[in-house]
Design a protein around this ligand. Structure first.
Ligand code: SF4
Length: 397
């Protein structure tokens, strides 16, 4: 048995026993526990849940009715926003920590209450085919519906909203702040934006009216109906395709692969620019044969013109035992993806690598040069390569 098989087997056993963090050298002993996939934790304590809600309200959060839910037998409320389909008892929160069954309805706890707000270069998202060199007004609320063991934002994604500082930023205020700061787009990012769906949707509508772009950076875990309601307002959706096996999703991310593929296929029927990002984890998802399958699937289902980012992992959260991804691994994977026919394949977390640049697929010259988040050259004029006039997909000015 090689190291990969051993780790995956340990993850699989540990996931069932609830001790995966220990086996994976979990150094963050304070990592919070999660509810079950149905949201119906055996340890659920309604009194404790009510106290937490009171604490939340005392900190200025105002629960408001959520979209996408239904009543279920036994007095349960079933959330239909994401493929977790949590069924919740009164005062119980879903896996995402921010949607709660309240007074026979589902409520969102984080509308207009982001815990992280920043102005980022769009290259930091990373988004390379939409308004290069511009800035994006970026925000997130607490919580996430997955529990990736390598999450780089685990301090906010794996936290309850009442445990973090947050600010009052209703959609109108977010749009004004973005415009005042000279941002050309809003990015829903850092944690999983699906969990603050209502806040994102209202902000996206206003942003579109104000002439700002909308960029969603998501794990793709959203049901088709809410996705369809959101996409008319989106310019770019960047989806984390975290691996290409059910086992990887189950043991490392606390989810399943199929809903993510369904989201990507759904997006392929819209005008939204699709970016796909895969964080390459040594021994866990870097197997060439599996990645080749993934590249072929992307090429067949989404076409050659998507942007694919293959990013290097740096040890964090519960996977501090893994080494950083070697540069050669992402370089080889990139080469394979391009051989298969994907035209815009980038490397991430590898400053100075040639895979940060955009190349014209016809004349192969650099049309946009980048080092880290900085543009070094731009030869796309009116959407075409300045050298050979080939159209490059994207929104460039
Ligand atoms: S959005 Fe939250 S509450 Fe709704 S199904 Fe997903 S994890 Fe559960």
């Amino acid at each position: 048995m090689n190291r990969r098989q051993l780790l995956l087997n340990l993850c699989s056993i540990a996931g069932c026993a609830g001790i995966a963090g220990l086996l994976l050298n979990q150094t963050q002993s304070s990592a919070p526990s999660r509810q079950s996939a149905t949201g119906a934790s055996a340890r659920f304590d309604p009194l404790e849940a009510r106290k937490k809600l009171q604490l939340l309200e005392s900190k200025g959060f105002h629960p408001r009715e959520a979209m996408y839910w239904e009543k279920a037998p036994g007095g349960l409320i079933r959330c239909t926003l994401c493929p977790k389909f949590c069924s919740l008892r009164p005062f119980e929160r879903g896996n995402c920590r921010v949607r709660v069954s309240l007074e026979n309805r589902l409520a969102t706890l984080v509308y207009g209450r982001p815990c992280s707000v920043a102005i980022d270069p769009i290259e930091k998202k990373p988004v390379f085919h939409f308004l290069p060199g511009s800035t994006a007004f970026s925000f997130a609320t607490a919580g996430c519906l997955l529990a990736c063991r390598y999450c780089q934002n685990w301090q906010i994604s794996q936290a309850n909203p009442e445990d973090l500082d947050s600010e009052d930023l209703p959609p109108e205020a977010a749009i004004s702040a973005a415009a005042r700061s000279g941002c050309r787009s809003i990015a829903y990012t850092y944690t999983e934006p699906t969990i603050f769906y209502e806040y994102m949707l209202d902000t996206a509508r206003l942003a579109r009216e104000a002439g700002l772009g909308n960029i969603v950076i998501s794990c793709g875990y959203i049901n088709p109906e809410p996705l369809a309601q959101l996409t008319p307002f989106l310019d770019v959706m960047k989806v984390d395709l975290k691996g290409f096996t059910q086992r990887f999703y189950r043991t490392v991310c606390g989810g399943t692969l199929d809903p993510v593929l369904k989201t990507l296929e759904g997006l392929s029927h819209t005008k939204v620019l699709i970016d796909v990002v895969t964080l390459v984890l040594p021994t866990l998802n870097d197997d060439m044969a599996t990645m080749e399958k993934m590249f072929r699937w992307l090429h067949e289902k989404l076409g050659p013109d998507i942007s694919l980012f293959l990013s290097r992992f740096h040890p964090t959260f519960q996977l501090r035992n893994l080494p950083p991804t070697p540069e050669e691994t992402v370089a080889k994977l990139r080469e394979k993806a391009m051989q298969i026919g994907l035209r815009y394949v980038y490397v991430g977390n590898s400053t100075g690598h040639e895979g940060e640049n955009t190349y014209c697929p016809n004349c192969h010259k650099v049309v946009i040069g980048r080092v880290g988040y900085q543009l070094t050259e731009n030869h796309i004029v009116k959407g075409v390569c300045e050298f050979c006039k080939t159209a490059i997909p994207g929104v460039w000015e």
